[in-house]
Design a protein around this ligand. Sequence first.
Ligand code: TTP
Length: 693
Amino acid sequence: MHGWRNGLGVFNGLARLHLKSQSSELRSMQKGDEMPVARRESSDSRVIAHIDMDCFYVQVEQRKRPELKGQPAAVVQYNSWKGGGLIAVSYEARKYGVKRSMRGYEAKEVCPIIQLVQVPVARGKADLNAYREAGSEVVSILARRGRCERASIDEVYLDLTEAAETMLAAAPPDSLEIVNEEALRSHILGLNQEDNSDVKENVRKWICRSSADRRDKLLACGVLIVADLRMQVLQDTQFTCSAGIAHNKMLAKLASAMNKPAQQTAVPFSSVKGLLASFPIKKMKQLGGKLGSSLQTDLCVNTVGDLWQFSQEKLQEHYGINTGTWLWNIARGINGDEVEGRLLPKSHGSGKTFPGPSALKNLSSVQHWLNGLCEELSERLQSDLEHNRRIARTLTLHAHAYKTNSSDQQVKFPSKSCSLRYGSPKIQEDAMNLFQAGLREFYGSSNVIQHGWRITGLSVSASKIVAVPSGTCPITKYFQGQQPTCSSSKLLVGDCTEVAYSSVSFSEDEDADKIHTTISNEDSSIQVPSYYQSDGADVSKEAATATSTSGRESCLESNLIGSPSTMSNELSCEPKPDLHTLDRQVRKKSSVDKGKSSILNFFRRVNSNSPLQMHNPAGGTQDHTLSHSDGSRLETELWHYKVDDIDPSVIDELPPEFQEEIRAWLRPHKRPNTVKSGSNVSIASFFSSTSTP
Ligand code: TTP
């Protein structure tokens, strides 16, 4: 199917923008923008799944307090103003019209019986560790069947190609006598599931078609595998999830949001055009910013279908060869992004907002909060080092404050970074220095005092995380070095793969503290608020969510590339990865029930009062703990943010005023009303009866 059809053949993920012609559209976006580029499809019959947990934080709280199961419930921020901002809403509450954008009081108005659970709090801010750990449990189960990329705190991509090929060779779907109940509940795009026909029987026939081409047969295997995995997740963790199964990441992600909660949707190649035709162009990943706007205004393209009419040459003429090719591919559902074998986060961070009157107005209050944020960051770094033998090399401070300059333009607080020194006191000291450097630049050194200032958001993040090579000094020595002595300057030298743990200097080395001025690029088409301006790293698109505080995810990053079977602990002297321990724990809990079970059956047994209902979310939160992206170059003068550099998990954890802006361009929104009428049945009916959905 997809294949590489442009004949140019030389592009890959690292390709930079090559200009065929300098169209005005291109010129206007070029300055500092990172434009999407086409990547070669490795195969036209990959099987990729995107797994997305349902109302995740609510499910985590429901597991803690089973009396909340099946009830309208929401998780609210610790800030109790007007009942706190909702950050996760159960599907039962969504039936009443409760939305994530509401505050607790509003939610109570539309749903008086709603149960509001406060997010755990530590150091005066939200503590997301419980959610990270819960996410890790899920990942450890999913990673059993294929290469696994943790895309956010509750999302995972899986490359199931190998597993599907193995299944097709050993037990092809057309030879199955019994098809997994949960698989029969799948939505197969393009299959008639809207009339009164026996939907499950249609799905069964589709899965078992002996006349299907190899691509569809592999997809059918993917459907079976994902159904099985989702059952395992439910049995072992009590969490439901939804999934999309397709031939690439982009389509899988679109599909997973189509039928929620606790359902899965497959996209046969023949249905791709239909799926994309009416999809709003601005909601496509990487098209939420200037590029999407240019398509709308310059080419009158509002849906992906509209893009179809343009030839590849025409698009290249407007946007350059790479981006033009990328656009042409996207319109046809072609996307070569690989699932990256990564279970660990690419960065760690901690942040907090100070809305309205709580804005910080003096250095001592900034120092107070920075100390807390740095302490948390330091703990997570230590945990990452201890459990995963990884070190971070760059510390970045982001603050949020606006002023208007003489030309009436809003000026944002510049993000600043320096090399990271381990140990809470050092991080605190460096972060404060970074803040002051940012403040001086923000106001101009002479005017800081006379202007006064208001900081409404602060965060610190640690990025450029690298694995400590094997055969270097013991971890304990590193911890000794965490007293404010461990200079990170040595770590900054050279390519990350060359950083030897033994080269870490444990003496005070003030060179490490040089502050690199890093000003956000205001012209970026991507429009990332400076709050997020981090390193100009060359990183993959979906960085894993921060999890390692718990120490539960502990395989070395370098060991995570490839399928779980390759995740052996190559470093024999290392602590045994906790992931495996966790996996064992999870397996122990697991009951048999494979094959014929469905999630419906599970709920009948375990949780008969769980009448979930399908709906779609809205967004908004306050408190945040960041997970940023890692990269290769350190001392960049200007930071250009690429869409692919953003760790999606960061968004969930950042101030609400930024979230919508970023989501708009970072990831496709979930589609409202995409549930087909044939599937327009709540999960309640799955749980309460055996009737065909
Ligand atoms: P989502 O996957 O966006 O939403 P969800 O899992 O709550 O619900 P759905 O079933 O519609 O997917 O987010 C995952 C978790 O991240 C969510 O449970 C809470 C947290 N989060 C925030 O804290 N703030 C936010 O703005 C968003 C969108 C999510």
